[in-house]
Design a protein around this ligand. Sequence first.
Ligand SMILES: NC(=O)C1=CN([C@@H]2O[C@H](COP(=O)(O)OP(=O)(O)OC[C@H]3O[C@@H](n4cnc5c(N)ncnc54)[C@H](O)[C@@H]3O)[C@@H](O)[C@H]2O)C=CC1
Ligand SMILES: O=C(O)[C@@H]1CCC=N1
Length: 272
Amino acid sequence: MHDTRLLPSVLLAGCGKMGTAMLEGWLSQGLRPSVILDRHDQTLPHPHRHIRQTEELPADFIPDVIVMAVKPQTSDSLLHQLTRHFAGVPVLSLMAGRTLESLSQHSFAHTGHPPAIIRAMPNTPCALGVGMTGLYAGPHVTEQQKHDCEKLAGAVGKTIWVEQESQMDIVTAVSGSGPAYVFLLAELLEKAGIDQGLPPHTARELARQTIYGAGCLLSHSTLDAAELRTRVTSPGGTTAAALNVFMAPDAWPDTVTKAIQAAVSRSEKLAS
Ligand SMILES: NC(=O)C1=CN([C@@H]2O[C@H](COP(=O)(O)OP(=O)(O)OC[C@H]3O[C@@H](n4cnc5c(N)ncnc54)[C@H](O)[C@@H]3O)[C@@H](O)[C@H]2O)C=CC1
Ligand SMILES: O=C(O)[C@@H]1CCC=N1
């Protein structure tokens, strides 16, 4: 009998930046005995096991969910081997851009089972339990399989289901890649503070804590982001002076639109 207080067991294929972020959160919550497959060494608490290649899969192990967290460009042969080995086990694919159609080609074709694939697009704040994961379920997924995948994603942050697969490209561009945009803002704020004459450690502390504090305010407030912005902006004051630069039509509004379009378009290309 499974311990229902624990998260579903996983075969986590790929434990790099994203796989590690999810795994850290899962381990801190309690995970049924799982296997992590990665070429690189991993230190795991008992009873979880690390293997370097599929040939080392323990004979007594059947996961509740196969989690694919390798690069989308290099996943095909691994997916092929794993879905042959674990026929009928659902696949939770974290891979940007890989569509159900392209994943299906490399999965259950040989087993006679229809592919049970759920796509998920998490982000690295999952490591601290404050991630955001968009989810999309394919047609052959049972309610129990959806529930297991949502439990895994929900253990490391918020989850949201999208109704059309094409929307996963937009989720990827907005929240999957999103932390990188915020880290870039932190870098640029820190640099600007130094350029204006602050000591580096002071500029770093100001930039980081400001982004953290603004993120907490957004998370706890029911107000629109625009209203929170307005509450910082005194008429004729310092914020207005900076926002006049940021909000010029060819500045942030245009740049953010173009950047998100570029990410969506890259996600679409990764499908082929
Ligand atoms: N990094 C991020 O913020 C996010 C990444 N993703 C998705 O997660 C996936 C992984 O991305 P990252 O973690 O950034 O990449 P990564 O390169 O850090 O991790 C991939 C891991 O897979 C392992 N690996 C690859 N092929 C293997 C094989 N055949 N056998 C054993 N181990 C193998 C590598 O050793 C590496 O540790 C990608 O598909 C990406 O689209 C999704 C959301 C966010
Ligand atoms: O850059 C990438 O392709 C992955 C997907 C979202 C975040 N990292």
